[in-house]
Write a protein that binds this ligand. Sequence first.
Ligand code: ZN
Length: 240
Amino acid sequence: MKYAIIADIHGNLEAFHAVLEDAKAQNPTHYVCLGDVVGYNANPKECLKIVRDMNIPCVKGNHDEYCSSDDQLEGFNPNAAEAVHWTRRQLTAEEREWLRDLKYTKMVANFTIVHATLDAPQRWGYVFDKLAAAASFPYQTTPVCFFGHTHVPVAFMRDTVVRGGTFSKFKVDPAKKYFVNVGAVGQPRDNNPKAAYVIYDLDAATIELRRVDYDIAAAQAKIREAGLPERLAERLEFGR
Ligand code: ZN
């Protein structure tokens, strides 16, 4: 079995297409999605349709939650709030219900998927460092768990202590635990504008981060045409 693990698509259809194209060449047997299918970019409906048509197991991201509710957006960054309001208007009641019904965590094959953290998945904490990763590990019952939310690919490993760092490809030691951020398809924030996702080969026990070029200019043009905040278009070419 070989899984393509994708996260934080955020309505970026150009990036999503490019990632699916690259993944296809790796011959995955399955796909999973770590949430935030919508929010920020201009094609939430189209990206959601692909996830649903492909029957990709998916957990709920914070933007999936905000865009599928009518809650007030207090303490929000104004650009993010504007994108949430815009996305709410694009989605049908049925699409919003599908997003609302997503679970916070899921077990797939022999691994776990979650959008933000395992200790309090519905609180949307950000795991950037070893300390935050250490809080999640006690709730992890499988050797490997994949997460998203920060849009920064990083792998944490718990042995006797928790270690973490960037990665390109590594072998999974079943005696250890791994909490792996697969990066973002639709809005990378690690100063690399290429779309990110992971291939998890269960037979070879390898986890590989892949970076994919896509038509950033086309995604930016759609953001501007939709009247979404300019900052959301700009940031795509810098990857932050
Ligand atoms: Zn996100």
